[in-house]
Design a protein around this ligand. Structure first.
Ligand SMILES: C[S@@+](CC[C@H](N)C(=O)[O-])C[C@H]1O[C@@H](n2cnc3c(N)ncnc32)[C@H](O)[C@@H]1O
Length: 274
């Protein structure tokens, strides 16, 4: 059965100003963790973007990736970020430096499945952490291929939550927590393994899948924060009991304190052409 679970990002039109601020703070906070910096760097490097090119990000959120990419396209190139939520676009504008250091960043509201650009507009089009939240990923991947130039580059990056490893002793509880989180939170967490099929379905050519293992050794990582939230979420919704949750979190603390902690998750960076 295809799993789609409660998801704050699933209905961008319903995001009001208060919710947008909260969600955007979370996105910006996540982007500051070392594991996210590493994977975002890997994604940006995989674009092979060059000065003078014009790029589009679909589902740009706060524009973290657009802001990172834009300076490398100067002086003549640009990056356009689109998002289906007008409130999120407004938050993204608030985060563009006012000192004029990123003059080539454009942000606008648009749905990824109906992009308001003519065929072949951009040298490159990418998305990241978007397709797990949408009901029809192929429609968006097709639109990405339509608006990129004939010799342009297409890139999509998604994680797969069932690819997580975490080195704590209690296997059954770890599996219970991860399976609960995969099937019950924040959209389709199997999108990573499905991405190749979706891009092929959307007609992408010359497709290369680049699986990147994101590794966490410390508390100050997005993955460890996700693991903590997964454990308490599983407890709150009855997938594990309170004592089991407490013991598991204590074992996570001990593993982190040992200095030898290891956890990982696979992100799939899929690259192709139209
Ligand atoms: C989790 S955020 C990811 C933001 C950014 N790509 C990043 O990696 O930080 C997903 C974003 O996709 C947007 N979104 C959801 N469905 C969309 C759609 N159909 N078209 C465009 N954007 C969409 C949401 O409003 C949200 O801002």
């Amino acid at each position: 059965m295809q799993q789609r679970s409660p998801d704050a990002w699933a209905n961008p039109a319903d995001i009001d100003a208060v919710m947008a601020e909260e969600l955007c703070e979370q996105l910006e906070k996540r982007a500051r963790f070392s594991d996210q910096i590493e994977i975002n760097d890997a994604l940006i490097a995989s674009l092979h973007a060059r000065t003078g090119q014009n790029w589009l990000e679909v589902g740009c959120g706060t524009g973290v990736l657009c802001r990172q990419l834009a300076p490398s396209l100067l002086p003549d190139g640009s990056v356009t970020g689109v998002d289906a939520s007008g409130e999120i676009i407004s938050q993204a504008w608030d985060r563009v430096p006012s000192d004029g250091s990123i003059p080539n960043l454009r942000l606008q509201m648009a749905d990824g499945s109906a992009l308001p650009f003519p065929d072949g507009t951009f040298d490159g089009v990418f998305s990241a952490r978007l397709l797990l939240h949408v009901p029809d990923p192929v429609a968006i991947l097709r639109e990405m291929a339509r608006v990129v130039s004939e010799r342009g580059t297409l890139v999509a990056m998604e994680w797969d939550f069932d690819s997580i490893t975490v080195d704590v002793p209690d296997r059954d509880t770890t599996r219970a927590i991860l399976h609960w989180r995969t099937d019950n939170k924040d959209g389709n967490n199997w999108i990573g393994r499905q991405l190749y099929r979706h891009v092929m379905d959307a007609g992408w050519q010359n497709v290369v899948v680049d699986p990147r293992v994101s590794v966490a050794h410390t508390e100050q990582t997005s993955l460890v924060q996700s693991l903590r939230k997964a454990a308490t979420g599983a407890r709150d919704e009855g997938a594990i009991d309170a004592l089991t949750c407490e013991a598991w979190l204590e074992s996570l603390d001990r593993a982190l304190e040992s200095g030898w902690f290891f956890a990982s998750i696979v992100y799939f960076i899929v690259r192709g052409s139209p």
